[in-house]
Design a binder for this molecule. Structure first.
Ligand code: AMP
Ligand code: GLY
Length: 423
């Protein structure tokens, strides 16, 4: 099979790494890919938002399956364009992708289908925002309606923070039209967990549980990021709770969307808060989580390629996914300045030594090559991943590898997995 992966980050690097192991693969392309991805796939110089060019490329090369990493091309209608040309794609059409690309749509969808989520109001200007925030009390959460790369959500604890968030959302217009509408919702205390499933429009195959760490700082402090680390299993949900989430949240979501004429072919990811009253949906993503995918793909026993191809064609070829018993972890090494303006262009040392360590796999999320050496080129730079018979060992291996990699501004969390393991 000839496969095209759309994206350039650590998630796409991990997808390429996994698909390379498939005996069904003949050719693997990645658009735009990265210098590191070039070792496992042929790079195609087309950006993720150039939907028509991607469709032209897939047509010309007779690509059998296209797998979409990030949300942007899905929200731009990549899958619709590919379908109109008879091309197979693992990723939802634009109307289904709205479950991720519009938080207002997602909240109203959950309300229509009785899917548990935080109480909310939709507001359109500063006065409405202040009024709604007052009615919920502090802390309260404000979310830009549209896509904002994980940076459009503000958890505010007092009137000053509220005023600052309202300023950014409605006055500075940092997110443009994405904050024309804003969701104001009640703050939910609890432990976060991600539940991710593959979907063929009608059925879903749950992946193993995973947990990501969104805040920049140890102990979940500081601003939100795209994710600073992840592990699988989650250690938040036991088997019974995970089954319950599938029955009470994942299946009703899939069925609800199909019933509204928006079938989900691709990934359904529910970001959950485990509250004392049970799980509540914080957000949906219609793509693999990054860095959750890296941790999950390390444990996945199945050949991913025929499974994704069968989903794209409408019916899964297997009844369930199988994950190895081992634990896996993904540490994100970030650049100084992230999640603000990252320092770029610093030479990275120790990659070879780290990659050779037992159980370790390195994926690149933001690097480039200069004079034959890798340099930092993004906010999130590297994913240092490891598996182990137990989580403690997987963590030990990943941290040992993270410590032999160096560049001047390297920053990473030291507490991934600690709290859920009871440390
Ligand atoms: P979202 O993009 O909606 O998942 O929000 C990003 C992050 O903000 C989440 O991963 C949580 O850490 C936090 N968050 C969002 N909504 C809430 C909420 N209602 N209560 C507490 N934390 C929240
Ligand atoms: N790690 C969270 C996300 O991919 O949105």
């Amino acid at each position: 099979m000839k496969v095209l992966i759309v994206g350039a980050g650590g998630r796409e690097h991990a997808l390429c790494w996994k698909l390379r192991q498939s005996p069904h693969l003949s050719e693997l392309y990645c658009a735009p890919g990265s210098a590191a991805i070039a070792a496992v796939a042929d790079r195609v110089p087309i950006a993720v938002d150039e939907v028509l060019k991607l469709a032209d490329f897939a047509t010309d090369l007779r690509i059998d399956l296209t797998i979409v990493g990030p949300e942007l091309p899905l929200s731009l209608g990549l899958a619709d364009e590919f379908h109109s040309r008879g091309l197979n794609v693992f990723g939802p059409r634009k109307q289904a992708a709205e479950l991720e690309s519009s938080k207002v749509f997602a909240k109203r969808f959950m309300e229509r289908h009785g899917i548990p989520t935080a109480p909310f109001e939709v507001v359109h200007d500063p006065a409405e925002a202040l009024q709604a925030a007052k009615s919920f009390g502090f802390p309260v959460v404000l979310k830009a309606d549209g896509l904002a790369a994980g940076k459009g959500v503000f958890v505010v604890g007092d009137p000053q923070e509220l005023a600052a968030a309202v300023q950014i959302l409605f006055e500075d217009r940092t997110f443009g039209a994405a904050s024309d509408r804003v969701v104001v919702e009640a703050f939910l205390p609890g432990e976060e967990v991600s539940v991710i499933a593959l979907c063929d429009g009608e059925r879903l195959l749950p992946m193993a549980t995973s947990k990501d760490y969104k805040r920049i700082g140890d102990g979940d402090t500081g601003p939100n990021t795209g994710g600073m680390g992840a592990h699988s299993p989650s250690f938040v949900l036991d088997k019974e709770q995970a089954g319950d989430v599938v029955e009470r949240i994942m299946k009703p979501t899939l069925e609800g969307m199909a019933g509204e004429g928006r079938p989900i072919v691709g990934v359904l990811y529910a970001g959950l808060m485990m509250t004392e009253e049970g799980p509540r949906v914080l957000e949906y993503n219609l793509r693999f989580g990054d860095p959750e995918a890296q941790a999950l793909l390390l444990r996945l026993d199945d050949d991913l390629l025929p499974i994704l191809a069968s989903a794209a064609e409408g019916t899964f070829n297997v009844p369930r996914l199988s994950f190895r018993k081992e634990a896996s972890v993904c540490l994100v090494l970030a650049a100084a300045g992230y999640p603000g303006k990252p320092v770029k262009g610093e030479v990275i040392e120790g990659l070879g030594e780290a990659a050779a360590m037992e159980g370790v796999e390195i994926f690149h999320s933001g690097t480039a090559q200069r004079d034959g050496r890798f340099v930092s080129a993004g906010g999130r730079v590297l994913n240092v991943c490891a598996t182990g018979p137990e989580m403690v060992e997987a963590l030990r291996r990943a941290y040992a590898a993270a410590n032999v990699i160096s560049w001047p501004g390297k920053a990473f969390r030291r507490d991934i997995g600690r709290r859920v393991l009871g440390g």
